[in-house]
Design a protein around this ligand. Structure first.
Ligand code: NDP
Ligand code: HSE
Length: 436
């Protein structure tokens, strides 16, 4: 008998769970018209089922037991929205064993245990949807998986963490303090349960692992991704960036270079006229370059209940379509039927332009000692900036370099940081230069 409805259960009624439930309930009509059958939210499980989430739940059953969803024979799709590794992974594997499809927004889990989960889903003959795991409401995974499937992907550059972009935007545009703005982002439901994941770039790296896997059809070891966050970005560097015509953004970058994959997350100075440099607040943006299509840009809200819920529900609809058409497995979970292991390039081998801020004594001969070490290591300076003069005290001196090899920069700085005229470690920010 033809299936009449797609039944779903949500585990985790927090920020994203609430947005997802609201969309399933309030947009039930349009979802049914698009799918040709209703999506029925049967059950929601959370540790706290007493708290009012501000949604009229109608016939939806609330339970504190995830098992009630995982073992309910009527439920077709389990939506995992509790986050973290444990018990999220066990819940998903149990859902697969019970022949249920799963939708998740859990990029941390996918980045670390993705391979095990993809294999388990395929073995069970069910689907794992994870559109919401990268860039909130932006349908970037669908774009890479389907819309750009004809292309060799050359590169993806993106702002993929709403919390960091929110913090950097308010530090830059309103001179606000890091800690204060982070608290705001947490209050708005943007931040991870452990906000270190956001500010240290870990969440962006989780998302980059998922994106890289989908773009290049290669498994990615999360630890191979170079990861640096925004916690050391100071108002001084933001001001220097402004003076030089740049903005600082936390970028996730993946690109193919000589058959190897570069995958890295770090604060990046972008010319302020670059489209991605103008992306502010919780918004995310990704530039994807394909060999056939050329440059494309994707922009939207990267976090929050409704944008992320939008991505979760899009996966439910897509799975519903496959169920109704009897074509589950038509699209491979990892977007490639034939995957190849590609080498992740060592960070030492990358090339970039650099912003270097030295703290050095303002006296004759100091500049030539610094530039001497840079020159010896094949690093040439494109511009220099010094603000203020203080006799016998260290002052900030900024140098912008032409393209250089990361290994050379590290070697030069090791030597420069030991000079008696330099105090403290040099600040390094990679620069995507408009001239490239
Ligand atoms: P929340 O902390 O707001 O929600 C998680 C909910 O799950 C909480 O209510 C929690 O209860 C509940 N929970 C924890 N353990 C269990 C369990 N064993 N059974 C049932 N419920 C449980 O997190 P978010 O909604 O923000 O995030 C959920 C997932 O979505 C994460 O993987 C996150 O990385 C991802 N994500 C989040 C985005 C966002 O904007 N917030 C955007 C994109 C992805 P309690 O609070 O009592 O622990
Ligand atoms: N903490 C994440 C962010 C949530 O700020 O982008 C969306 O993945």
């Amino acid at each position: 008998m033809a299936k009449k409805a797609i039944n779903v259960g949500i585990i985790g009624f927090g920020t994203v769970g609430t947005g997802t439930a609201r969309i399933l309930i309030e947009n039930a009509d349009i979802i049914q018209r698009r799918l040709g059958a209703p999506v029925v939210l049967k059950k929601i499980s959370d540790l706290d089922v007493k708290r009012d989430r501000g949604i009229a739940l109608g016939n939806v059953q609330l339970t504190t037991s995830a098992q009630e969803i995982l073992t309910d024979p009527d439920i077709d799709v389990v939506i995992e929205l509790i986050g973290g590794y444990k018990p999220a992974k066990e819940f998903i594997l149990e859902a697969f064993r019970n022949k249920k499809h799963v939708v998740t927004a859990n990029k941390a889990l996918l980045a670390v245990h993705g391979e095990e989960l993809y294999a388990a889903a395929e073995k069970a003959g069910v689907t794992l949807g994870y559109e919401a795991s990268v860039a909130g409401g932006i349908p970037i995974l669908a774009a890479v998986r389907s819309g750009l499937a004809a292309n060799n992907i050359e590169s993806i550059y993106g702002i993929v963490n709403g919390t960091c972009n929110y913090i950097l935007t308010l530090m830059t545009n309103a001179g606000r303090k890091f800690d204060e703005v982070l608290k705001e982002a947490q209050a708005m439901g943007y931040a991870e349960a452990d906000p270190t994941f956001d500010i240290e770039g870990i969440d962006s790296a989780h998302k980059l692992a998922v994106l890289t896997m989908l773009a290049y059809g290669t498994p990615v070891k999360f630890d191979d991704i170079y990861t640096e966050g925004i916690s050391k970005i100071t108002p001084l560097d933001i001001d220097f960036a402004k003076d030089l015509g740049y903005k600082i953004k936390l970028l996730a970058i993946t690109k193919k270079v000589n058959g190897e994959i570069e995958a890295r997350v770090h604060p990046t100075m972008l010319p302020e006229t670059y489209p991605i440099a103008t992306v502010d607040g919780v918004f995310n943006a990704l530039a994807v370059v394909g060999d056939a299509v050329g440059s494309t840009m994707f922009y939207g809200r990267g976090a929050g209940d409704m944008p992320t819920g939008s991505a979760v529900v899009s996966d439910v609809i897509s799975i519903g379509r496959d169920i109704l058409a009897g074509s589950v497995g038509r699209s491979p979970i990892t977007a490639f039927r034939d995957r190849k292991v590609l080498k992740i390039r060592k960070m030492d081998d990358i090339t970039s332009c650099y912003y270097l801020r030295f703290s050095a004594l303002d006296k004759p001969g100091v500049l030539s000692r610094i530039t001497g070490v840079l020159g010896k290591n094949n690093i040439s300076i494109s511009s220099m900036l010094q603000k203020g003069r203080k006799v016998d005290e260290a002052v900030p001196i900024v140098m912008m370099t032409h393209e250089a090899v990361e290994r050379d920069v590290r070697k030069a700085l090791e030597e420069i940081n030991k000079l008696d005229c330099v105090s403290g470690a040099t600040v390094v920010i990679r620069v995507e230069d408009g001239s490239k």
